[in-house]
Design a protein around this ligand. Structure first.
Ligand SMILES: CC(C)(COP(=O)(O)OP(=O)(O)OC[C@H]1O[C@@H](n2cnc3c(N)ncnc32)[C@H](O)[C@@H]1OP(=O)(O)O)[C@@H](O)C(=O)NCCC(=O)NCCS
Length: 205
């Protein structure tokens, strides 16, 4: 059975495996050296300090992941995130990405984040279709912004707002800062990790 949960550093090997083709064989990612398990574990731990990183698990195997990251560093950008999803090639178009993003946006809304952006190296029909299906709309295209595999590549940017339903619970806090600690286990402001995940899985909020 498919389930969505927070990633842990122990997922590093599976995440590295899923991400590798996007780096080594394609222009999907603008990284050029595939990060190994230890590096992915480090990224998970660093991301969870402020943003959700979720995995989809099916019969004990991690089939995909989605996470949010900072859009830009300057302070006024703190409410904006970038969202990314990667699903194992063997299980594309089976609803894994949708489940991950639906949960990701519930957590982001719970944390008070306002806007999400996604940058997609063109062409990537699957990712553009996926993001549009999940509520993103096009912003514009950065032309010839990246050089990889012997060619220049365009990046299309899309945006969407955070889902409303969970956000309303914490609207009063929205004027201050995003709730970074929500993805840490046992955060006192939000109760237990399981409460966050219940929201992320669509059972609450
Ligand atoms: C993009 C990606 C994450 C989508 O994940 P997925 O699990 O295959 O997507 P889902 O099955 O949840 O699809 C949800 C919806 O997205 C859209 N979609 C998904 N794949 C699509 C495709 N190949 N073409 C057009 N639309 C597509 C559809 O509307 C789909 O709903 P439907 O199947 O009911 O029609 C996956 O293709 C992937 O990992 N690609 C390689 C890595 C990548 O490009 N990541 C994005 C980086 S910007």
């Amino acid at each position: 059975m498919m389930r969505i949960r927070l990633a842990t550093p122990d997922d590093g090997a599976a995440l590295s495996d899923i991400y590798r083709p996007a780096v080594a064989d394609r222009t999907t990612s603008f990284e050029v050296d595939p990060p190994d398990a230890a590096e992915m574990a480090r990224r998970v731990a660093a991301t969870l300090e402020h943003y959700p990183w979720l995995v989809c698990e099916d019969a004990g195997q991690v089939t995909g992941y989605a996470y949010a990251s900072r859009h830009r560093e300057r302070a006024a950008y703190q409410w904006a995130v970038e969202a990314s999803a990667y699903v194992r090639d063997s299980v594309h178009r089976k609803g894994v990405g949708r489940r991950l993003y639906e949960s990701l946006f519930r957590v982001l809304a719970l944390q008070g984040y306002q806007r999400a952006f996604a940058g997609i190296t063109l062409p990537n029909e699957a990712s553009v279709g996926f993001h549009e299906a999940l509520g993103f709309s096009p912003v514009g295209v950065y032309h010839r912004i990246g050089w990889k595999r012997g060619a220049w590549h365009d990046v299309m940017w899309l945006e969407r707002r955070a889902r409303k339903s969970c956000a309303s619970r914490f609207a009063a806090d929205a004027a201050h800062r995003p709730h970074a600690g929500v993805t840490r286990r046992g955060d006192r402001r939000f109760g237990t990790d399981s409460a966050v995940l219940a929201c992320a899985a669509g059972r609450a909020g």
